[in-house]
Write a protein that binds this ligand. Structure first.
Ligand code: TNX
Length: 538
């Protein structure tokens, strides 16, 4: 009798342990991998790891990441002693960013491309984060994961033009987004409110353009710029974490900072107007200004040398054509000569020349997809963007049209639809940002999660979609804590939209997997917003 009870007790323990680990191993995986399964059998013991075998070009960095993860989660300093082994193998034939993790009783094998291995470590970290019972005992359940991203372009855009972010804060942010397998950071470096990048051939750009508040010092939030040296270092810092930095210089609108430094690059009829960084608005670079093309020749050359990315983003959004080119005699004459019907058609010439400069520097351009200013009405339009331009869809409600037109005209497209990815929009009623003077709609985390970057289109109509971008516009976001408050946790929903296939995604699953990650973000000192509205108890 006693024996039977004892047997049943053991059986019960076994079942409980089994169900707990079965749930827990996946409970913090975010974004959800392509394939993740738990196997039966005894756990791998980190306390018995005698060897880490790693042959890669940057083994030191990778081993350091791994040992830091294990120390942070379990307090164990690897390697210890014993027969267990961790093997990390870089596979030249593996698809970019793909990886496999195979955890058995005595061996953990991690394989993949360099970037894949980096992501494998991030996934391994989340396995330890989620499997609390095992982790506190220095154990890892037997798990097999095969993973690869749905999209190649998984971006976050930061906007230090509106409010300057010190380099150290950007590094902190990079560390956080790397956990969720973002691979691109777009920096919006110029706008009406500031010019944030040192250009050695034109120092006035920063001497004047980087200072919105002349009495405010040079550490932000209104003032400040990055030196080329700092940016090169940032590029390397990001690259080690598989993040590519894409610079954005916004032209021909959003350009008061450069016009404050060089007023003659604007249309001549506005020459006598005072141009104050961040105070004057609606000004544009003149399509007729030869000097503007010359100055941008220098700027783009220097920018191309700082950032190894093949892309430079040149903005192209919200150009106030009617207040500038439409009233400018030089532009009107240009229009007439080219046989154009409307001043916005001058974008063809303007971007034609700017893109020549981009190409000369062996780069490709990205532009915001503008259907208002650059879109001739009705059916008989010529889509005005040169073919090799990648476009970003953003305006609320215009995304379906953007997807269709970019497909028909052979452009690559990145998805940043305002309805889901505009993270400057408030997350809840009466929540931040307190400065919401353009009446931005509430964008809840659930609304953000609803993004399917393919817009559920048939396969043949979405081949040109390259990925997603979360945009963190910062007119009202003054420092990194505010950035983090607006970005987290919604940025995790967009990370999953960019990485995971739809079959692996579900709102209910995401909410559960979010909780341990919020706990972890708190431990990392990230000032995220508590999404109280999705609590099961409310
Ligand atoms: C529109 S999105 C803009 C930005 C603003 C943002 C505010 C885009 C290409 N242009 O300049 O910061 O709205 O939500």
């Amino acid at each position: 009798m006693n024996k039977t009870i004892l047997y049943l007790w053991f059986l019960l323990q076994f079942i409980i342990a089994g169900t707990i680990t079965a749930q827990d191993n996946l409970s913090a995986l975010l974004p959800m991998p392509l394939k993740a399964e738990q196997r039966d059998g005894r756990s791998f013991e980190l306390n018995n790891v005698g060897e880490i075998e790693c042959q890669m070009s940057d083994s030191l960095f990778i081993i350091n990441e791994l040992t830091n993860i294990v120390k942070y989660r379990t307090d164990i300093e690897l390697p210890v002693k014993g027969g267990n082994k961790i093997i990390i193998k870089e596979e030249s034939s593996a698809l970019p960013e793909s990886y496999k993790i195979d955890i058995s009783k005595k061996r953990i094998t991690i394989e993949g491309s360099r970037s894949g291995i980096y992501y494998a470590l991030k996934t391994f970290d989340q396995i330890l984060l989620g499997d609390v019972t095992n982790t506190t005992n220095g154990k890892v359940a037997q798990i097999y994961i095969e993973d690869a991203p749905r999209y190649t372009h998984r971006a976050v855009m930061l906007d230090p033009a509106r409010h300057f972010l010190p380099i150290e804060d950007i590094k902190f942010f990079i560390d956080q987004i790397a956990k969720y397998k973002y691979n691109i950071l777009q920096l919006h470096l110029t706008d009406d409110q500031g010019w944030r990048i040192e250009i050695k051939s034109h120092p006035a750009l920063t001497n004047i353009g980087a200072f919105r508040n002349p009495n405010g010092g040079n550490k932000g939030p209104d003032n400040g710029y990055y030196t080329q040296k700092q940016l090169k270092e940032l590029v390397n810092y990001a690259a080690a974490r598989n993040i590519e930095i894409i610079p954005e210089l916004d032209i021909p609108g959003h350009s008061v900072a450069i016009l404050a430094a060089y007023p003659h690059l604007g249309c001549s009829f506005r020459q006598n107007e005072k141009k104050e960084v961040g105070h004057t608005t609606n000004m544009m670079i003149c399509a007729h200004s030869e000097e503007a093309y010359c100055v941008y020749e220098d700027i783009i050359r220097e920018v191309a040398q700082i950032f190894p990315s093949k892309f430079i983003h040149l903005g192209g959004d919200e150009a106030a054509v009617n207040e500038n080119w439409a009233k400018c005699d030089d532009c009107k004459a240009m229009m007439k000569k080219a046989g154009y019907a409307k001043p916005s058609d001058l974008m063809n010439i303007f971007f034609g020349r700017m893109l020549d400069i981009v190409h000369k520097n062996n780069k490709k351009a990205i532009l915001w997809c503008e259907l208002d200013n650059m879109w001739p009405p009705a059916n008989n339009y010529l889509f005005p963007y040169p073919k090799d331009v990648t476009l970003v869809t953003w305006r609320n409600a215009l995304t379906p049209k953007c997807i269709e037109l970019t497909r028909i005209n052979g452009h690559n497209l990145i998805m940043a639809p305002g309805e889901h990815t505009y993270l400057d929009y408030p997350q809840w009623h009466n929540d931040l940002p307190e400065f919401n003077n353009w009446g931005m709609p509430i964008t809840t985390i659930e609304q953000t999660y609803k993004l399917d970057p393919s817009y559920n289109l048939p396969a043949e109509e979405q081949q040109h979609i390259q990925g997603v971008m979360a945009t963190m516009w910062a007119e009202a976001i003054k420092d990194i804590n505010r950035v983090n408050y607006m970005f987290f946790p919604r940025g995790l929903a967009i990370a999953e939209a960019g990485w995971s296939i739809m079959q692996q995604r579900s709102w209910e699953g995401f909410k559960k997997r979010l909780m341990p990650n919020l706990n972890d973000l708190m431990r990392s000192g990230v000032s995220f917003r508590v999404p109280f509205e999705i609590s099961p108890r409310r």
